[in-house]
Design a protein around this ligand. Structure first.
Ligand code: CA
Length: 231
């Protein structure tokens, strides 16, 4: 497993690199955003650990750039601050998970294992449909009533998670774990933010509402309405 570590603070970089190498990972290091892009263009990594605060080109821009080029490499963001805004920004830029500094190498290793497990999952059904809403996981296209709907990458992931289990109520934690492999999400409202955006795009313009909030439980996607729901 080959990892690109992008962190400008040499001490942290050396410490993390050593910890990863002790576990048998091959680690290349980049100290600037541009260096990271150069590395990623020439070598196919299994995973990228990307600090947000970097000189010149920051981690968010690097992440967006990689996704724009079609790279699907799992990206773990490192952030110095634990705020909802930072999390949403990182995830919106296309990161798969993030870790708040300072962290223990043990925790980093657990995240890496989870991320690589997920990227090795076997192929699943690629065209999902509920009523007139369709989601194609190959082309990443979502349509409702035949009309193309543009979603951010994590909005797409949240919707895919719900559409894979139609009618079933999924808790915020289940959704967060599926989308971000992150299990300390329940104190935050990140999932709600994404659901609100999704609802605006896939439900508001249409009479039949598909995204349902189940009070005290979570969310469900269904063509049937529910009597005890709150919208
Ligand atoms: Ca840094």
């Amino acid at each position: 497993m080959r990892i690109l570590l992008v962190e400008d603070e040499r001490k942290i970089s050396a410490y993390v690199k050593r910890g990863l190498e002790e576990q048998g990972y091959a680690v290349d290091t980049a100290y600037t955003g541009q260096e990271a892009l150069d590395w990623a263009a020439s070598i196919e990594f299994d995973l990228i650990i990307l600090d947000i605060l970097l000189p010149e080109l920051d981690g968010l821009s690097v992440c967006r750039e990689l996704r724009k080029k079609g790279s699907r490499v799992p990206i773990l963001m490192l952030t110095a601050r634990d705020s909802i805004d930072d999390r949403v920004a990182g995830l919106d830029a296309g990161a798969d998970d993030y870790l708040v500094k300072p962290f223990a190498v043990k925790e980093l290793l657990a995240r890496l294992r989870a991320l690589s497990r997920r990227s090795n999952e076997s192929p699943k059904e690629t065209l999902l449909q509920i009523a007139d809403l369709t989601l194609d996981t190959l082309t990443q296209r979502v349509k409702r009533g035949g009309k193309l709907i543009s979603l951010a990458s994590k909005e797409f992931a949240v919707l895919e998670c719900l559409m894979r289990e139609p009618e079933r109520v999924l808790s915020r934690t289940q959704i967060a774990e599926h989308v971000w492999n992150y299990d300390v999400f329940n104190q935050s409202n990140v999932v709600d933010v994404y659901i609100r955006n999704l609802r605006r795009k896939i439900d508001d313009p249409f009479e039949l509402k598909l995204l349902h909030t189940i009070r005290g439980s979570g969310y469900r996607i269904s063509a049937e309405s529910d009597s005890d729901e709150t919208i």
